[in-house]
Design a protein. Structure first.
Length: 368
């Protein structure tokens, strides 16, 4: 059977009733989640395994994926975290030195419902105009449309949804060389592997704690500094993480936060967060470093942001980075504490390394 020609029909149903048609790739069934898109042309394996994408249906804006296969070392967690995948052209064959298996086998092994041959340009344009919304992708017959619409109504909205508990470690674990100079306690809200690699390569030894860990539990390890990770969902329900961030700042130990961790630190300083229209997801997002005046191309993945008015009015906080596409806040620093955070991903994976210096700044903060 020709995999490209003889495939089952499938379709996408958006919560407003809009339908996009396509063809199934492998796994039959129905997958639900918030519909979002990523503009990256490479790095699909890192994107699919990023815990920050938990519970989301991923639309790949790049017209063609799968051509370079997958590699066991290019994962950001222990499994695929997206709820389902939508693309235009899907390659069943792959060619790259070092690839272990095809993307087709990788997705099937992880039981990910995938639909291709979708007009992704039209779909991305629709999301940009109408905002991120819940949707489903299915291989069921269109005759079951009414049943599927009812089931979609039961999918919770991302606003107010706590998802860190679904991807955080259940038990503490260590990462890096125990003989490293610096000890960093990590609050895991859905951490990417490459964040830990970046810290480890800078002479840091990490103890990674579950999202529910208290400040007392983390401080008993006598760390030199603290880190709050990226992760999925709305930051406002993360009451424990917000409390921990406040206590870390009160301790005057260095604190660094990325993405969801950035939002938690903002909330700990009385700055509100909000759900964005369609979020920022891709590996080519421009930000400006207000201290240096230099532009940086960054990897981003977030559907929430911190309130700019609240931030500008907060006497203890200074804005360090802005997103050049829409002027949303991309980084902050506490004026009186060794505490800073960014909305983007300096660890990349996938993406450029323009902002990797932030890990160096964190280590310099620890050295003081």
């Amino acid at each position: 059977m020709n995999q490209y020609n003889f495939r089952k029909k499938a379709f996408i149903l958006l919560s407003d009733g809009t339908i996009f048609h396509g063809k199934s790739i492998g796994v039959d069934g129905t997958a639900y989640g918030e519909l979002c898109f990523n503009t990256g042309m490479t790095g699909y394996q890192e994107i699919f395994t990023d815990p920050s994408y938990n519970g989301q249906l991923m639309v790949m804006a790049n017209v063609h994926i799968g051509n370079y296969g997958t590699n066991l070392d290019e994962v950001e967690s222990d499994s695929v975290k997206i709820a389902g995948l939508i693309c235009k052209n899907f390659s069943f064959t792959h060619s790259r030195y070092g690839s272990n298996t095809s993307l087709f086998d990788f997705l099937n092994k992880n039981k990910i419902v995938t639909i291709s041959d979708v007009d992704t340009r039209a779909l991305v344009s629709y999301i940009r105009d109408n905002g991120a919304m819940n949707a489903l992708i299915t291989t069921e017959s269109i005759n079951k449309l009414n049943e599927l619409k009812k089931s979609l109504e039961n999918v919770p909205n991302m606003s107010g949804l706590e998802l860190a508990s679904k991807v955080s470690t259940k038990e503490p674990y260590f990462f890096g060389d125990e003989n490293s100079t610096y000890k960093v306690a990590v609050l895991d809200l859905g951490i990417k592997n490459n964040i830990l690699r970046n810290l480890s390569s800078r002479d840091c030894y990490m103890k990674v704690f579950p999202h529910s860990a208290s400040y007392d539990e983390m401080s008993k390890w006598s760390p030199d500094a603290f880190f709050i990770s990226n992760g999925p969902g709305d930051p406002e329900p993360l009451e424990n993480a917000i409390k921990v961030a406040k206590q870390i700042m009160d301790s005057n130990k260095p604190l660094f936060g990325i993405c969801l961790g950035h939002q938690v630190i903002a909330l700990a300083n009385g700055i509100k967060t909000y759900k964005m229209h369609n979020g920022h997801r891709g590996i080519n997002h421009p930000v400006i470093n207000l201290k240096t005046g230099k532009g940086e191309i960054t990897s981003q993945n977030h559907g929430f942001a911190i309130n700019r008015k609240d931030t500008e009015e907060n006497k203890n906080i200074e804005i360090t980075h802005l997103h050049l596409n829409d002027d949303t806040i991309a980084g902050i620093r506490h004026k009186n504490k060794d505490c800073f955070s960014v909305q983007f991903h300096p660890e990349a994976s996938a993406g450029p390394h323009d902002s990797s210096y932030l890990f160096d700044e964190f280590v310099q903060m620890i050295k003081k």
